[in-house]
Write a new protein. Structure first.
Length: 207
C-alpha cells in the first residue's frame, strides 16, 4: 500500500473523513460480524483500492478458464463492495475518494467480467447494453464532478443493480462449471433486470 499512502499524502482533501448522515441496519450487521475488531489503519479507501488491484487478477483467472478459483476470487472481491461502504458509515470515514472510486471499482470489476463472459455466452446486445449503461454512469459522475463540483453517491437502485450483476456472474460461472443451460437462462434474465435497475438509478440521479 506504499503507492496508495503516497497518493493520500498528495491529495489530502480527497481523504478527509466525513460523518455519515445515516448508518443502515445492514451496515451495523456487517460491521459487528466482520469488521468490529479491525484496526483503524484498515480504512474503507484501502478496501476500495484492494478491489481495483484485485480486478485484474479475477480477469486473468477467468480469461484462463480457471473458473473455480476465478469464481471464489470474484465473489470475495465483489463482497468487499459491501464492506468498504459499511465500514465508512460505521466509523464516520466517508471521503470524496470513496464516493468516486467505490462505484468506479465496481464498474471495472463488472465491466471486465462482461467482456469475458457476456459477449461469449449471451447475445452481444446484452453485453453492449451493460457496458453502455456503465459508461453512462462514469460520464455522468465525471460531469457532476468537473462541471458542478459535486460527487454522486450510489443510490439504492444502483446497489440493487450491483447485487443482481454479481448474482448473474455467479450464475454464469456456475452454468459453465455444471454445464447447466437453465442457469444461463437465469443469468441472462438477471443481467436484464439489472439493466432496468441501472436505468432507474440514472434517472434517480437526475440524468
Amino acid at each position: 500500500m506504499g503507492i496508495f499512502n503516497h497518493f493520500v499524502k498528495n491529495h489530502v482533501d480527497l481523504f478527509k473523513f466525513q460523518k455519515a448522515e445515516v448508518v443502515h441496519p445492514h451496515d451495523k450487521f456487517l460491521y459487528r460480524v466482520f469488521m468490529k475488531t479491525w484496526p483503524r489503519s484498515i480504512t474503507p479507501n484501502k478496501i476500495t483500492a484492494f478491489r481495483v488491484v484485485a480486478t485484474p487478477i479475477v480477469f486473468y483467472l477467468i480469461l484462463n478458464r480457471m473458473y473455480e478459483i476465478g469464481m471464489v476470487a470474484f465473489l470475495f472481491t465483489a463482497f468487499t463492495d459491501a464492506l468498504d461502504g459499511s465500514l465508512a458509515r460505521s466509523r464516520d470515514q466517508i471521503t470524496k475518494f470513496g464516493m468516486v472510486f467505490d462505484p468506479l471499482a465496481d464498474k471495472l470489476l463488472i465491466g471486465s467480467i462482461v467482456l469475458l463472459l457476456v459477449f461469449k455466452y449471451f447475445d452481444p446486445l446484452l453485453g453492449l447494453s451493460i457496458l453502455g449503461i456503465e459508461i453512462i454512469f462514469i460520464l455522468s459522475a465525471l460531469v457532476a464532478r468537473v462541471k458542478f463540483r459535486t460527487v454522486k453517491m450510489a443510490n439504492n437502485w444502483g446497489k440493487i443493480k450491483m447485487i443482481l450483476q454479481v448474482i448473474a456472474v455467479f450464475a454464469t460461472l456456475s452454468a459453465i462449471l455444471l454445464d447447466a443451460p437453465n442457469l444461463f437462462t437465469f443469468a441472462a434474465w438477471t443481467f436484464g433486470i439489472a439493466i432496468g435497475f441501472a436505468v432507474v438509478s440514472l434517472f434517480a440521479h437526475g440524468l
